[in-house]
Write a protein that binds this ligand. Structure first.
Ligand code: ADP
Ligand code: MG
Length: 525
């Protein structure tokens, strides 16, 4: 009936790529991203220098940072970058690994497609293999529930090894483990839980030597809003306010700094009264410190200052929440809601000497710590901060799960061999997909070897034969070039990092493989 009549379902500003071409395009994009980051894998990986359009320079070998900074066009590449970002958000490590795994899964899929295996079979085989991989991972996990300080330090060291700030490794690891243990809590089943926001990291640039310290409390990058206010308050009772401390419609045009009582005359009487009332209500509540998320009118500052109250304005909302938890106070909208019971408590609130910040220590709830990192230049402290952040995340992962795996390609080799034996029990076309999945884990030892100047083929052969002999912790010592027991060498990682990388890589690859049409709408301008 409709013969000869083309049915138009897409607007003409849509680019369509179909069939094998679409698959090929996605595969190539994923391989390109994987090869962009693979040279950074492992402690002997190289760094990348990234320059933003505005000329800012970042030097890093952190997969997440690299992917975050480079801008890509291809939709599959964009998906991969969001996988890496999710990996970073969820577990804080393993971004390079997840990208390499996706790249390998896509390359293996390419081979299978060329053999005429249907994408649905490949995707199904991948998902089946992933489930088995997670099982193998679990079976190989070293279980240690509780405060295993030694193991946690090793986890932190492994995360930090190879970063340009490695000379700070021992210092950072010790502080990070102390920090995480200080804020960890136990749930009803005696499992540890850690709230990521309770470990804060602050960097300071100064002439002082490279240094790090742990502050049992938190700090705000701001100081008292008026010079007349005290610099230090002991036994602090802290009012937390989310609304500005001012009168909505002010008649005074110019913002004047009020320092003398005469200047107060500039205000109309009724305004003066209202502003004074705000300050009086704060005083009446018993507060001696004010944290305000918005601005504080000068007249209010004047009165607070006279009452000996330390006030800080424009505290970011996210911080207000974390601080209210730590101080055990309630954030209120208005000074009318202030009373003793909503105030937070800290033993000391004090302006810091060498930096523009105020520190809060001896907080009521106690469960907040700040890792203070000092260095002499921005690029250095930034990398230091990323390292401490990654280390804190992996230590949290490990403490919460109590499950560890041996890195340096030891666990990857177990996965490779275990999945191959599993594939042999399956048969049919799906077996080929499972074998392909098993192969991807060779990419980790391969890449670690390559990045360390070792021969990848010889190394992988040695590694596999060690594992076939039951040495399940055998891995690549990238510093000596030998295959040896890497548990003894302390290369330990949280199981969660591997699990997340395997899961998200599989899900993404399975999704992309089934795509046979790409319809890209061009922007209308
Ligand atoms: P990712 O972004 O995936 O975390 P990394 O560059 O941090 O990438 O490298 C992680 C890999 O390096 C893991 O496979 C880990 O087991 C390995 N690795 C870490 N430390 C060592 C070490 N000392 N010797 C050998 N391999 C190591
Ligand atoms: Mg890492």
């Amino acid at each position: 009936m409709l013969a000869g009549q083309p049915i138009i379902i897409l607007r003409d500003n849509v680019d369509v790529t179909s069939g094998r071409e679409a698959q090929h395009s996605n595969i190539m994009a994923c391989k390109a991203i994987a090869s962009a980051v693979r040279t950074t894998l492992g402690p002997r990986g190289m760094d990348k220098m990234l320059v933003s359009p505005s000329g800012d320079v970042v030097i890093t070998n952190d997969g997440a940072t690299i992917l975050h900074e480079i801008s890509v066009e291809h939709p599959a590449a964009k998906m991969m970058i969001s996988v890496a970002e999710a990996q970073d958000d969820e577990v804080g490590d393993g971004t390079t690994t997840s990208c390499i795994l996706i790249g390998e899964l896509m390359e293996e899929a390419n081979r299978l497609l060329a053999k005429g295996i249907h994408p649905t079979i490949i995707a199904k085989g991948y998902v089946l293999a992933m489930e088995k991989a997670l099982e193998i991972l679990n079976e190989n996990a070293i279980v240690s529930k509780g405060e295993d300080r030694d193991l946690l330090v090793k986890v932190s060291n492994t995360a930090v090894t190879g970063k340009s700030i490695e000379m700070m490794r021992d210092i950072i690891s010790a502080i990070v483990v102390d920090a995480v243990l200080a804020v960890a809590e136990k749930d009803a089943e005696e499992n540890y839980i850690v709230d990521e926001d309770d470990v804060r990291i602050k960097t300071v640039i100064g002439d002082s030597l490279e240094d790090a310290e742990l502050l049992k409390g938190f700090m705000i990058d701001k100081t008292r809003c008026d010079e007349g206010m005290p610099k230090k308050i002991s036994n602090a009772k802290i009012a937390l306010l989310s609304q500005p401390l001012e009168i909505k419609k002010t008649e005074t045009k110019a913002k004047i700094k009020i320092t003398t009582s005469e200047q107060m005359e500039a205000f109309s009487d009724s305004e003066k009264e209202k502003l004074k009332e705000i300050a009086e209500k704060i005083v009446a509540s018993g507060a001696n410190v004010v944290l305000c998320q918005k601005g504080i009118a000068d007249a209010v500052q004047y009165h607070l200052s006279h009452a000996g109250i330390l006030a800080i304005q424009d505290v970011p909302e996210k911080d207000m929440k974390a601080f209210s938890r730590a101080l055990h106070g309630t954030i209120v909208n208005s000074v009318n809601d202030l009373e003793e019971s909503v105030l937070g408590n800290a033993e000391n609130v004090e302006e810091m000497k060498d930096i523009k910040a105020t520190k809060f220590t001896g907080c009521k709830r106690g469960k907040i710590v700040t890792i203070l990192l000092k260095g002499s230049n921005q690029i250095y402290v930034d990398e230091l901060e990323r390292a401490a952040y990654d280390a804190a995340r992996v230590v949290m992962d490990a403490l919460e799960d109590g499950k560890y795996v041996v890195g340096a390609a030891a666990i990857d080799t177990e996965l490779n061999l275990g999945l191959h034996s599993y594939a042999a029990t399956i048969g049919g076309r799906i077996q080929l997909a499972i074998e392909a999945f098993a192969n991807i884990f060779e990419a980790i030892p391969n890449t670690l070897a390559e990045n360390s100047g070792l021969d990848p083929i010889d190394t992988v052969v040695d590694l596999k034969s060690a594992h076939a002999n039951g040495e399940k912790y055998a891995g690549i010592n990238v510093f000596t070039g030998k295959v040896q027991n890497m548990y003894d060498e302390g290369v330990i990682e949280p199981m969660r990092v591997k699990r997340q990388a395997i899961q998200s890589a599989t899900e993404t690859a399975a999704l992309l493989i089934r795509v046979d049409d790409m319809m890209i709408a061009k922007s209308s301008h």
